[in-house]
Design a protein around this ligand. Structure first.
Ligand SMILES: *Cc1c(COP(=O)(O)O)cnc(C)c1O
Length: 384
C-alpha cells in the first residue's frame, strides 16, 4: 500500500513501516549492533556500520518522512544535533535570518558556535514579512522559523515567508517541535527543511533525547546525509525505537493536549490573578487568523504572566505546583511548568530576552494529557 495516500492518523502507525523481514516482528526490532557481517568486501544487506545506517533508525527515519509529508527523514542524537547539521550546509560569510523569539539552545548554537565560523545571524520579528524582506541580500542562505515561538507563542506565516525565498538560493527551515505534523505541515506550506526536537511531542513520554530533519529534495537530503554520517551525531537504536513507538500515538496525544490546552488557556484568561496569557487560539492573539489557517488546532503550550508578579512570585508559583512538574522540556504526557528567565532562556542575554517579551515573571506550561480538572485545581492553588 502506498503510504503517501494514507490519512495522518494512519501514517503515524503505518507510514513507511513494514513488518520486519526476518521474523515478521510488527515493531521494528532494536538492532543494537555497530556492524554487520559481509560475505565478501562490500557484500552486505544494505547496512555496514551503524553511524552510516541502522535498521531501527531507518524505520524511524521513514516514519518521520511519512508523517511530515516529506521524502527523506534523518534522525540525530538530539534536536540541537539536527540544527547543527543544517548549519553545516553553510559556509563562512553566509547569512541566516532567524525568528527573534526562539528556543534558547537554538540561539546559543547560532551565536556561540557558528558565529565563530563566520556565519552571520540576524534575529527579527516575523509576525509580518517586512523585517525578513529587509534583511534578505545575496548572502542570505537560510531562514530559520519557529512557530508557534518559544515561549511567546507568536505565529509566523510559513507560506508568506516561503514566498520570499521562491526562485532564490535560500533555504527555509521550520522548527516544528511545538506544532508537530498533527497540527501543521511546513513542507506543504513551502518550507525546504522541517526540524524536530523529537525529545518533545514526537517521543511524547519524556524518556529520550532525539532530533530529526525531514526534506523533500533528493539533493538536499544527500547533503544532509553526508553531514549526518561525516559528523556522526546519530541517534541510537533504542532511542529510535522509543520515538517510533511514541509517534504511533502522536495523533491521540495531540488531540488531548489541544483539548486540555484550550480549557486551561481559557481558565487562566478568566483568572483575576493572571495578567496575560499567551496562546494562539485566542481570537485577540495578533496572528490568530494565521494560526487558524496553517494549524489544525492550537496545541498544548501556554505561557502566562501572573498579575503584578516579579521574578520571585513566578518562582513561588512554579514551586507550589504539585501535579505539574517543574522541569525543562515539554511535549510529554505529563504536564510541566517552566520559568524561561531562569531555565530554557537563561542563555539569552537579559536585554534581548526582555525585548522579546520574556519578562522575569513569565511562566511556560506544557499541558499534558491528565484529567484537566486536576490541572486546573493545581494551577488555582499555586497562583492563589
Ligand atoms: C527542545 C527544543 C530544541 C532542542 O532539542 P533537543 O532535543 O533538546 O536538543 C529545539 N527547538 C525547540 C523548539 C525545542 O523545544
Amino acid at each position: 500500500m502506498g503510504s503517501k495516500n494514507l490519512k495522518f492518523n494512519t501514517k503515524t502507525i503505518h507510514g513507511g513501516q513494514q513488518p520486519d523481514a526476518a521474523y515478521g516482528a510488527v515493531m521494528p526490532p532494536i538492532y543494537q549492533t555497530s556492524t554487520y557481517a559481509q560475505t565478501t568486501p562490500g557484500g552486505h544487506k544494505g547496512y555496514e556500520y551503524s553511524r552510516s545506517a541502522n535498521p531501527t533508525r531507518t524505520a524511524l527515519e521513514k516514519s518521520l518522512a511519512s508523517i511530515e509529508g516529506g521524502e527523506f527523514g534523518l534522525a540525530f542524537g538530539s534536536g540541537l544535533a539536527a540544527i547543527d547539521a543544517v548549519l553545516k550546509l553553510l559556509a563562512p560569510g553566509d547569512e541566516v535570518i532567524s525568528t527573534n523569539d526562539l528556543y534558547g539552545g537554538s540561539y546559543r548554537i547560532f551565536k556561540k558556535i557558528f558565529e565563530k565560523f563566520g556565519i552571520v545571524f540576524h534575529f527579527v520579528g516575523m509576525q509580518g514579512t517586512d523585517a525578513v524582506r529587509d534583511k534578505i541580500n545575496t548572502k542570505t542562505k537560510l531562514i530559520w522559523v519557529e512557530t508557534p515561538t518559544n515561549p511567546m507563542m507568536n505565529i509566523v506565516d510559513i507560506k508568506a515567508i516561503a514566498s520570499l525565498t521562491k526562485g532564490e538560493d535560500i533555504l527555509l527551515a521550520v522548527d516544528n517541535t511545538f506544532a508537530t505534523p498533527y497540527l501543521q505541515l511546513p513542507l506543504e506550506l513551502g518550507a525546504d527543511i522541517v526540524m524536530h526536537s523529537a525529545t518533545k511531542y514526537l517521543g511524547g513520554h519524556s524518556d529520550t533525547v532525539v532530533g530529526a530533519l525531514i526534506v523533500k529534495d533528493q539533493e538536499l537530503a544527500d547533503k544532509l546525509y553526508f553531514i549526518q554520517n561525516a559528523s556522526g551525531a546519530v541517534c541510537g537504536p533504542m532511542d529510535s525505537f522509543l520515538v517510533l513507538r511514541g509517534i504511533k500515538t502522536l495523533h491521540v496525544r495531540m488531540q488531548r493536549h489541544c483539548e486540555n490546552g484550550r480549557v486551561i488557556a481559557e481558565y487562566l484568561k478568566s483568572n483575576p490573578k493572571v495578567e496575560k496569557v499567551y496562546w494562539p487560539g485566542f481570537e485577540d492573539h495578533p496572528n490568530h487568523h494565521i494560526a487558524k489557517e496553517q494549524m489544525k488546532d492550537f496545541g498544548g503550550m501556554i505561557s502566562f504572566v501572573p498579575k503584578g508578579g516579579n521574578y520571585d512570585d513566578a518562582i513561588k508559583i512554579v514551586e507550589r505546583l504539585q501535579v505539574f512538574t517543574l522541569a525543562e522540556s515539554l511535549g510529554g504526557v505529563e504536564s510541566l511548568a517552566g520559568h524561561p528567565a531562569s531555565m530554557t532562556h537563561a542563555s539569552i542575554p537579559k536585554e534581548v530576552r526582555l525585548k522579546n517579551g520574556v519578562v522575569d515573571s513569565l511562566i511556560r506550561l506544557s499541558i499534558g494529557i491528565e484529567d484537566v480538572d486536576d490541572l486546573i485545581s493545581d494551577l488555582e492553588q499555586a497562583i492563589k
